[in-house]
Write a protein that binds this ligand. Structure first.
Ligand SMILES: [Zn+2]
Length: 366
């Protein structure tokens, strides 16, 4: 497994470099083809992003397929390997994307190979979908993810697990992005001060209001993360804007925050406010279907001699889309480690084998 992961990590695949991401998709397609049997590999071309990869594997029993979901893009620019090489150090494997989520792709390959060997073929059909744009919002892959999820009995997401014990993720917050743009009126700060309308001042007041929408008890947070505005100190600024990240734990809170953001009114009526954006990933809620899938995973892990925990996290994944459709989804089944998107990203090698066994067990039983 370590050598499979190393092969994948050493082909860098930043979301914004189509050629690089396509190159990795080809290498991954080759590895799936090597599983043998009547495998169908389908490349979904994407114009502005890397191609998405779908693999269909037949099963011995006629059953709905399990969808193994993940992504092959990373957040790291080309050349990161020079400063963050793929190495084994103290039982850890390091490198860009090793946790998020190239080890997840390797786990899929090895779990499927083991099932084929054990049963003389897969016990039930499996569909694999690896998308190329998860780290940048999944705009070009969402429709494919949703259509494959609708055909599946369950969705297993091989994103990184949570914490040093490798808990799976049974709830994820939904995510929204908004831009609030204020237009005022420019004027010379010395000669014509009163003719100007200060867009930055208006935005500052709006930021206080927007930040007040946070409701921690509901798991609803609003973060103004980027602000910009103005041109020179001696000019009353005509423009200012803020980019806002919104997280919701429950779908029923989406409409309320959407309405609040949309109905922002200027404190200074000489300013104009424009709000764009919206909620783009629904929350993954711990529905009865999700809880049942988690209970199955716990039972399999117990047979393997360990106690599998669960976690609710603030970050979104493509599992949010599939859970949002009501398809039982279990996320965080991938590698165990730390430092996703950070220079110390790594996985624990000792966790790989039982992780693969858990995934194989879930494919057999769900
Ligand atoms: Zn990821």
């Amino acid at each position: 497994m370590v050598s499979t992961i190393r092969d994948l990590v050493e082909i860098e695949s930043p979301s914004d470099n189509k050629a690089a991401v396509d190159g990795l998709a080809e290498a991954v397609a080759q590895k799936f083809s090597e599983l043998g049997g009547k495998i169908e590999v389908r490349v979904h071309p994407a114009r502005d992003f890397g191609n998405h990869l779908e693999v269909r594997l037949p099963g011995k029993a006629a059953a709905k397929p399990v969808l193994l979901l993940g992504h092959h893009d990373t957040v790291y620019p080309l050349g990161t390997l020079a400063t963050m090489p793929c190495r084994v150090v103290d039982g850890k494997l390091t490198g860009p994307g090793v946790l998020d989520m190239k080890s997840g792709i390797a786990l899929m390959l090895h779990a499927l190979a083991a099932l084929q060997q054990w049963h003389g073929g897969l016990p039930r059909p499996v569909t694999v979908l690896l998308v190329s744009d998860e780290e940048v919002g999944s705009d070009s892959s969402r429709a494919i993810t949703e259509s494959l999820a609708k055909q599946a009995a369950a969705v297993l997401v091989l994103e990184p697990s949570y914490g040093p014990q490798g808990a799976v993720k049974t709830a994820r917050k939904g995510v929204g992005d908004y831009t609030v743009k204020v237009t005022g009126k420019a004027a010379h700060a010395g000669l014509d001060f009163q003719k100007g309308v200060n867009a930055i001042l208006e935005l500052a007041r709006q930021i206080e209001r927007i930040s007040g929408f946070t409701d921690l008890k509901k798991g609803l947070t609003v973060n103004v993360g980027i602000v910009s505005g103005g041109s020179r100190t001696n000019v009353v600024p005509a423009e200012a804007s803020a980019q806002v990240d919104v997280r919701i734990a429950r779908m029923k809170d989406a409409a309320g925050i959407e309405k609040k953001m949309r109905s922002l009114r200027a404190f200074n009526r000489r300013c104009k406010i424009e709000v764009t954006g919206g909620i783009n990933r629904p929350p993954m809620e711990r529905t009865p279907g999700v809880a049942a899938l988690y209970a199955q995973a716990v039972a399999i892990a117990r047979e393997l001699g360990w106690k599998l925990g669960e976690a609710a996290v603030g970050g979104g994944s493509d599992g949010n889309f599939t859970a949002g459709l009501g398809i039982p989804t279990l996320d965080g089944l991938g590698g165990v480690g730390d430092g996703a998107h950070a220079p110390h990203e790594h996985i624990l090698i000792s966790e790989l084998a039982r992780r693969a066994a858990l995934i194989a067990g879930l494919i057999e039983t769900v």
